[in-house]
Design a protein around this ligand. Structure first.
Ligand code: M6R
Length: 609
């Protein structure tokens, strides 16, 4: 939520900030602003709407080598210029990502000293607090502020009397930093650092980065200088660009076969048998020997990947596996002990609820393993074990390649775990691994047929309501298909376990209502076909998705449209069927003329509760 950037160096700061904000815009896009040190003092420009609008407002006379920029996803206070960041109070100009939970109490106290905010934001209260504590010593003011602030924050702060210096501090919300010949840069996400350097560090919580054009000094709050742990990015700029595709989402859908291959490669050690190998990840078999229960927790699409992981693991391992929405799990009192393994799934590695679930699991003594895409993110750093997905940067708000890379990670874990637990022989695992290795190629075949999905999406474009139905793995995928469709097309949609429809929902199925029915699993195929007939009998417009070879029982007229994914073992069908659902959502959104990559009210990385 919210993208923040600071630049201090030898280039035109306002232009660098605008470029950075455009790259961070997926984190929030309701308003934006920058502040720069100029010869006239600190100048601020803000605007409601997208970064492009802010760029048009920038005065050319705003000459500066040092400034901060922010793109907002509103939490406290509506979308308006006055609520947009940067916020200023006295000596302090700052930008913030996070939520100050005790801002109300702080505001009251500050009001008693005559300070009255002009916005409705928690951030302005933080600026007021810092200004009240600042008497020329930034560290002293930050120490005082850290003592008083509750909640999550990443701040970039400029003090009016310290020209061309930016101070940064964080708790909970992310902040990464890099130095280069062009200058020093800090940002919420490494995507905005790529143009400067591939070497970066994550600012540790409660440490201060003092950013000048030549150096970034990292200090404890008492002033002790510390050396940050450097990390390397293995992507280049093109990984974070559209590369000829109209939208990031379409590009990322096409990148899935590669993302899966990259996620598989370091874990596929070819010996006599093809077994998953986690030695490079530092995950030993002991973790599996010592586990009698698995709990998977995550949010949104990552949670849907977890639903698939649950079915697979329970089926292959025969131990209890449950899936919990992280925002609920964190406020429950889960029964966990040292024999429980809690698996956290997150593309960004920064989702506040998933991070809180991780901390709770650790507190309860469970072992924790995270499946994360962003290297060095909070969830990755705080988990006992990390299995990185190598999907590359995912920019579109709608998650696609991260999802199928997360599935890949679950399949690898399930296969290894089942082998270690003696539930599958080396040969059986090897066969499964060959199947998984072939998934990329199967996905490419589906991508070649994207025009079919494009054409078919025309039939979905006018819909107001839409249903997805499926059983077992297909039900887990239906949930993902449904969130994808609703988040970018704004069509109301629901995913139903197909057998559950007749317990109430069937009353919503009337003439012409689209139903996307997934029937790729042989063991429940006949049951699915009966469910399809039930909705068909009520006049639904049925799009049926089956797998090559499973089509025998499909009678003429049972559906309006029929899509077929390539033949494979049934357990791999979710990968190929996922592409169909993603493309249907993508083209429907395009036909509806919507902002595919940045749908209304959403943000890519949800670092607030
Ligand atoms: O970064 P995370 O994987 O933790 O994010 C979790 C969800 O916010 C995310 O998957 C969200 O549901 C996507 N926008 C769905 O496409």
């Amino acid at each position: 939520m919210c993208g923040i950037i600071g630049f201090c160096g030898y280039l035109d700061a306002k232009q660098e900030l605008i470029k950075g904000l455009a790259e961070l815009e997926y984190r929030g896009y309701d308003s934006a602003g920058i502040a720069c040190f100029t010869e006239r003092g600190i100048e601020v420009v803000k605007s409601v709407g997208k970064v492009a609008g802010l760029e048009n407002k920038l005065p050319s006379r705003m000459e500066s080598g040092c400034g901060i920029g922010h793109t907002r996803w509103a939490t406290h206070g509506g979308v308006s210029e006055v609520n947009a960041h940067p916020h200023q109070c006295g000596n302090v100009t700052l930008i913030h990502n996070g939520i100050i939970e005790n801002y109300h109490e702080l505001a009251k106290e500050l009001e008693e000293t005559g300070r009255v905010p002009s916005s409705q934001t928690d951030t302005e209260i933080a600026a007021m607090l810092l200004d009240s504590l600042y008497h020329g010593d930034a560290l002293a003011a930050l120490r005082g502020a850290v003592d008083r602030l509750e909640g999550a924050y990443a701040f970039c702060i400029m003090f009016a009397d310290q020209k061309d210096v930016i101070y940064c501090i964080r708790k909970g919300s992310p902040l990464v930093c890099c130095s280069s010949e062009e200058g020093s840069v800090v940002a919420s996400d490494m995507v905005a650092l790529l143009r400067y350097s591939k070497e970066y560090f994550v600012l540790p919580e409660y440490q201060v980065a003092k950013v000048t054009k030549n150096t970034i000094t990292v200090m404890e709050l008492d002033g002790t200088v510390v050396s940050p742990v450097m990390l390397s990015i293995h992507w280049d700029m093109s990984a974070a660009q559209k590369n000829g595709f109209k939208h990031y989402m379409l590009k990322e859908i096409h990148e899935q076969p590669e993302a899966i291959r990259r996620t598989l490669a370091p874990r596929m050690k070819k010996g006599e048998q093809l077994l998953p190998d986690f030695s490079e990840d530092g995950i030993s078999d002991e973790l599996f020997w010592d586990t009698n229960r698995v709990v998977i927790t995550a949010c949104g699409t990552a949670m849907h990947a977890g639903m698939m992981g649950r079915i697979l693991m329970e089926r292959l391992l025969r131990i209890p596996v449950s899936v919990e929405v992280a925002s609920e799990f964190r406020y429950e009192d889960p029964i966990l002990d040292e024999k429980s393994l809690v698996i956290l799934v997150s593309q960004s590695g920064e989702t506040a609820d998933t991070l809180a679930a991780l901390r709770l699991a650790k507190e309860k003594g469970a072992k924790t393993l995270s499946i994360v895409n962003v290297k060095g993110s909070s969830i990755a750093r705080e988990s006992d074990y990390v299995l990185y997905t190598h999907a590359g940067p995912e920019i579109a708000v709608a998650s696609t390649k991260a999802y199928t890379a997360q599935l890949t990670a679950f399949y690898l874990l399930a296969f290894r775990f089942a082998y270690v637990a003696g539930k599958l022989s080396a040969q059986e695992v090897s066969e499964y691994m060959k199947g998984l290795d072939g998934v990329g190629e199967l996905m490419e075949k589906v991508l070649e047929q994207k025009d079919k999905m494009k054409e078919l999406s025309k039939r979905l474009t006018p819909a107001q309501d839409l249903f997805f139905i499926g059983r077992s793995l297909d039900y887990a995928l239906s949930c993902e298909g449904s969130i994808k469709l609703k988040e970018i097309t704004y069509i109301h949609s629901e995913a139903y376990a197909a057998g559950e429809l007749k317990h109430g929902t069937l009353s919503l199925i009337t003439g012409g209502v689209p139903v996307i029915a997934l029937a790729t699993q042989a063991d429940v195929f006949a049951k699915m076909i009966s469910n399809v007939k039930e909705v068909r009998a009520r006049g639904a417009m049925v799009i049926l998705i089956t797998k090559e070879g499973n089509t025998a029982a499909i009678e003429n007229g049972i559906c309006d449209e029929h899509l077929v994914v390539p033949a494979s073992d049934d357990i791999f069908a979710p990968f190929t069927a996922a592409i169909i659902l993603q493309l249907l959502a993508y083209y429907t959104s395009s036909y509806r003329g919507l902002d595919v990559d940045q749908p209304r009210n959403l943000a890519k990385s949800v670092t607030v509760e």
